[in-house]
Unconditional design. Structure first.
Length: 362
């Protein structure tokens, strides 16, 4: 038995307004006048000087605004890397991702691909990255995905949806400023928050569970219950925003040393075929998983009702057999997730017919 030697984010700043410290954090990391910092920022902040005016641009530094409407793609990473190489005199001093899971994952992937040859799709998998990434910083503006702590960067490629899992993937620096999450719309707040909640349920109910994962997972699970069931105004309440930021962190830490489960495995299928975003996809799947996570799903339905969330129905209604097969193939390909969820004999329990039946309900 060999245990994982898991790399953690070495530096973190936590606190309301800590985004103001960004410039002083970056200054000593500048490698030269021709080696800029590239800021990848969610384009919802494009006309938002409250955020952008606090990013000081020197020399050739620049902001690239990116839409997070779609899940990040390997081709998008390759295009960004090419654009950065063509427009900078020297290798950049660093990549700073500011946004949700999509922007954070893109920042990690771009930082890796600036020092590794080939295309991003070549590195989808486990430990395929050869060279250390350039300095990269993650600044979440929505809480739940755990992308700020994870050792992966989930990407949709030409033939699979899979992350670049490597020791070089985690951020060198994270800034956790809950104030940046203050304007997240309710639906997104809920779906992304539920990504965190589902990480906890899948980790805590999985066969890979151990004391490391459990200690983080239980804390995060309790925080989710407080935020989504007890706070009177959890979206606007500062304390709840800070709690959700830490729930996301702990949820990410919990799955780092265990694994996610059925909801994630099936949601990857939806996302690959239909482009369903991760948070909402997880919710659509999890809503149907009472056989696998009875207590977790019951509590989820309670949270959903309390916040007046209505999930889209019938997103698989028009699909043909071939399309169901594509989703089932993507989902079954995520073997560690199934092994964690069901156990070593998962292949006897999880049949193609079973998955099709579940997808047909969504
Ligand atoms: Fe997730």
């Amino acid at each position: 038995m060999s245990y994982k030697n898991f790399p953690m984010v070495p530096r973190v700043i936590f606190g309301r307004g800590s985004f103001n410290q960004l410039n002083e954090v970056l200054a000593p990391k500048r490698l030269g006048l021709n080696a800029p910092f590239i800021f990848l920022v969610d384009d919802v902040f494009k006309n938002n000087p409250w955020l952008t005016s606090r990013i000081s641009l020197y020399y050739d530094d620049r902001i690239i605004f990116i839409s997070s409407k779609e899940e990040p793609k390997t081709s998008q990473v390759d295009a960004l890397v090419e654009e950065i190489i063509l427009n900078t005199k020297e290798r950049p001093s660093g990549i700073i991702g500011i946004g949700g899971g999509t922007l954070l994952d893109l920042a990690k992937a771009v930082a890796i691909m600036l020092t590794n040859e080939g295309e991003a799709k070549d590195y989808q998998g486990w430990d395929l990255v050869k060279n250390p990434a350039i300095y990269h910083v993650g600044i979440p503006t929505i809480s739940g995905t755990g992308a700020e702590v994870s050792r992966t960067t989930v990407l949709t490629g030409p033939d699979k949806k899979l992350g670049i899992n490597s020791d070089f993937t985690p951020f060198d620096q994270v800034i956790l400023d809950s104030e940046l999450t203050k304007d997240v719309p309710k639906e997104q707040w809920f779906y992304t928050g539920m990504d965190c909640y589902i990480h906890c349920v899948e980790s805590l109910k999985g066969s890979y569970l151990n004391a490391f994962s459990q200690s983080y997972g239980e804390k995060s699970f309790d925080l989710c219950k407080e935020i989504f069931l007890e706070h009177s105004n959890p979206i606007t309440d500062t304390e709840a925003q800070e709690k959700l930021m830490m729930a996301s962190w702990h949820g990410g830490m919990s799955i780092a040393y265990s694994q996610v489960g059925v909801a994630h495995a099936m949601s990857y299928g939806l996302s690959y075929l239909l482009g369903t975003k991760h948070g909402i996809g997880n919710c659509i799947v999890f809503d149907q998983l009472e056989d696998y996570y009875p207590e977790g799903v019951a509590l989820f339905k309670q949270m959903k009702a309390q916040h007046g969330i209505e999930l889209p129905q019938g997103i698989c209604a028009h699909l043909n057999d071939e399309e169901f097969d594509i989703m089932i193939d993507v989902s079954l390909g995520l073997e560690p997730l199934w092994e964690n969820a069901i156990g070593k004999n998962w292949k006897k329990v999880i049949t193609r017919a079973k998955l099709k039946e579940l997808y047909q309900k969504m």
